[in-house]
Design a protein around this ligand. Structure first.
Ligand code: MG
Length: 372
């Protein structure tokens, strides 16, 4: 690995000196695209994108994927992530993870892995920043409640796609590239295994990196939050976790990221004969990551003492959904497509709410615990 890395660095230096002098600001994007030629043959290159639903003039300064990343950061759904629950519902402490800090951690982990594998960092960053935009209030409690209420069910990854395709930008969507949308809609994993692909696998390796980076981020910050909340102690983690991954937060993330890079090395294009690499993990680290995830399900996500809070959150979502299905005229039209069925509008509106907004709206509209 070290010699191959050195070869890449040398190629980078040669390209920088060989690059044509930029006569105008309008040459900047072309120069960035030139740099992309140095990426792995398996990387997603912005100039080879399958494009946008509505073609647009290219930016003079940014590649197509950089543009997507910027559009996501500037959208309203991204701002609302700061007040959406990760695990703990509307937590009072300042240091609990929110969907926004989770999203930033996923983006950073995905960038580290893609950079190490010589894949497209900008593409991974855009997918990561967009992957949870459709998460409803109250975390998975909100998702489960909506799934029971909608005729076609509800999955947050599909809703994230809906946000960028339909709901943002006054109903016009963000018109993102195909690769970013594909990575967003295929970012979820099933419960069984950290590498399971039953729910679909992204077409790009960068999308696959984000999928795993998501798990690396949450299995670690959710443990830290559970310790912060006094639900468990660090030394209660299963033995296989501390033995294989390490004893603290940073050791565990480092072990997972290094293992993913090692076991996905074929993605660099530097392994002879490898024609369809995948982003993966080694069996022992995978086993430890699954054990950590299962431990979280048992001790945190499905923990009995949390269930009253979870059930109340579901009742709030159900109340709001039913309220707005009956009164679509009360929905703020910025957040829905008013030509769509009532249930769709109610679902989009409620799914877009932050925890606090949903709690306040429910209280204002007459939600009372005793009536349920
Ligand atoms: Mg996530």
């Amino acid at each position: 690995m070290p010699n191959e890395s050195r070869r890449l660095l040398l190629a980078d230096v040669v390209l920088l000196y060989d690059a044509p002098v930029m006569a105008h600001a309008s040459d900047v994007r072309q120069r960035l695209e030139e740099r992309e030629r140095l990426l792995s043959p398996f990387a997603g290159r912005s100039y080879e994108s399958r494009g946008r639903e509505r073609p647009e003039e290219p930016s003079p300064l940014r590649t197509e994927f950089q543009r997507d990343r910027d559009r996501i950061i500037h959208c309203k759904a991204f701002r609302r992530l700061k007040h959406k629950t990760q695990v703990f519902i509307a937590p009072v402490g300042d240091h609990f993870v929110t969907r926004l800090t989770h999203t930033l951690e996923v983006a950073q982990i995905a960038r580290t892995i893609t950079r190490a594998l010589n894949l497209a960092e900008d593409l991974a960053e855009a997918i990561a920043l967009g992957h949870d935009l459709g998460h409803p209030p109250f975390g998975h409690a909100g998702e489960d409640a909506l799934a029971d209420l909608l005729p076609e069910g509800f999955r947050h990854a599909e809703q994230s796609l809906r946000v960028v395709e339909r709901l943002e930008n006054g109903g016009h969507g963000l018109n993102l590239t195909w690769e970013v949308r594909d990575g967003i809609v295929n970012s979820s994993k099933g419960r069984e295994d950290i590498l399971a692909d039953a729910l679909g696998l992204p077409a790009t390796l960068e999308g696959q990196v984000v999928r795993l980076a998501d798990a690396v981020a949450y299995i670690n910050h959710d443990i830290a939050d559970a310790v912060r909340a006094g639900i468990l102690m660090e030394d209660e983690l299963p033995a296989v976790v501390s033995e294989s991954l390490g004893r603290d937060h940073s050791q565990r993330i480092n072990a997972l990221v290094c293992d993913i890079v090692d076991h996905s090395w074929a993605a660099t294009g530097l392994v002879t004969g490898e024609t369809s690499p995948r982003i993966s993990m080694g069996p022992s680290i995978q086993k430890a990551a699954n054990a950590l995830r299962e431990f979280l399900f048992q001790r945190v996500y499905l923990w009995e003492d949390r269930q009253a809070e979870v059930e109340r959150a579901k009742r709030v979502v159900r109340f709001l959904f039913e309220y707005y299905v009956e009164r679509p005229q009360e929905i703020e039209s910025d957040f829905v497509v008013s030509s769509e069925p009532r249930w769709r509008q109610a679902a989009d509106y409620v799914a877009g709410m932050t925890d606090l907004f949903a709690q306040n709206a429910a209280a204002r509209l007459g939600f009372r615990e005793q009536r349920l």
